[in-house]
Ligand binder design. Structure first.
Ligand code: SF4
Ligand code: SF4
Length: 287
């Protein structure tokens, strides 16, 4: 990794792209052994960005700032919030996966279920790869969701919530805003997974091209759309938002036994609210 800070962002984008272009890594393990994830989006945020304190205020005091998470892994280092950069990526579902899932009405298609399990394993390996690459280049780094203290807790406002949210991190890094169903609507749409690492490195922040956390959702901008409500087989989405518990129970049963019986592996997922909707593959109303 070259040492001029202006080019760090390009180096990091390249590392992520290279990892995902490796067919040994980015694979669904299905008949055609297809690619699991399409081309990634990558964004950056400074460790002292006030948005991370805002997450604490809105979600709960248990939510980590980048410094809190980083200090858990590097207790011996004296680091200030401004010394840190949060690197976030979005892994969009492939067109084939989205096309299949659009046709479903109750359960995930096989590609989607595979992406939920094997694709998330790729995401975890990508996190570890980024941490080791950064550390080897002399920039201490860690992944907050892989810390032993990573946990889920209860937010008075939002129900169960983790102390490090990949989607909130992607929002902080300029990659998208939240939709009615809680998914993050990005330039590549809402059908995606996200990941991040925190590193002691200086990289200019990605400008957030929005001023509100619901800016890309048609329901919040003009009261219309609501297609994700229609798509949810569990009745877990209403005009009041996403009922996480209803969604969770539906994914546990009947989806999990369905995946085992029909696709032959332990899995879950659904994503019907993320496919066959105007925000599936882009920001609605924007080219
Ligand atoms: S489907 Fe429509 S209402 Fe639901 S998140 Fe997307 S834009 Fe918003
Ligand atoms: S809210 Fe949950 S159950 Fe409903 S469509 Fe989305 S993932 Fe499926």
């Amino acid at each position: 990794m070259r040492n001029e800070k202006g080019i760090f962002s390009e180096c990091i984008r390249e590392l992520i792209r290279d990892f995902l272009n490796n067919p040994e890594e980015n694979r669904l393990f299905n008949d055609g052994d297809e690619r699991a994830w399409a081309d990634p989006l990558v964004g950056f945020s400074r460790g002292d960005d006030p948005v991370f304190e805002d997450f604490k205020t809105h979600i709960g005091s248990f939510v980590w700032t980048p410094l809190q998470a980083f200090s858990l892994g590097f207790q011996e280092l004296a680091v200030a919030p401004a010394d840190l950069t949060v690197i976030s990526w979005v892994l969009p579902q492939t067109l084939a996966t989205k096309e299949d899932n659009r046709r479903e009405e109750c359960y995930p298609c096989e590609r989607w279920a595979r992406a939920r399990i094997f694709g998330e394993e790729i995401n975890t390996r990508l996190k570890m790869y980024m941490v080791s690459s950064l550390c080897e280049a002399g920039h201490e780094a860690l992944c907050a969701t892989l810390l032993p203290d990573f946990s889920w807790q209860n937010s008075d406002r939002y129900g169960f919530a983790s102390n490090w949210s990949e989607r909130h991190t992607a929002y902080a890094c300029g990659l998208g805003t939240f939709g009615l169903c809680d998914g993050l609507i990005t330039a590549s749409g809402k059908a995606m997974r996200a990941g991040s690492v925190i590193a002691r490195i200086e990289i200019p922040s990605t400008q957030r091209p929005y001023s509100h956390h619901h800016e890309y959702c048609l329901f919040y901008t003009n009261g219309g759309c609501k297609k994700c409500i229609e798509r949810c087989p569990a009745g877990a989405i209403t005009e009041a938002g996403h009922d996480k518990l209803k969604c969770f129970y539906y994914l546990s049963d009947p989806v999990s036994p369905y995946v085992k019986n029909h696709y032959g592996f332990d899995g879950y997922g659904c994503g019907l609210c993320q496919t066959g909707v105007p925000c599936e593959s882009g920001i609605p109303g924007k080219k």
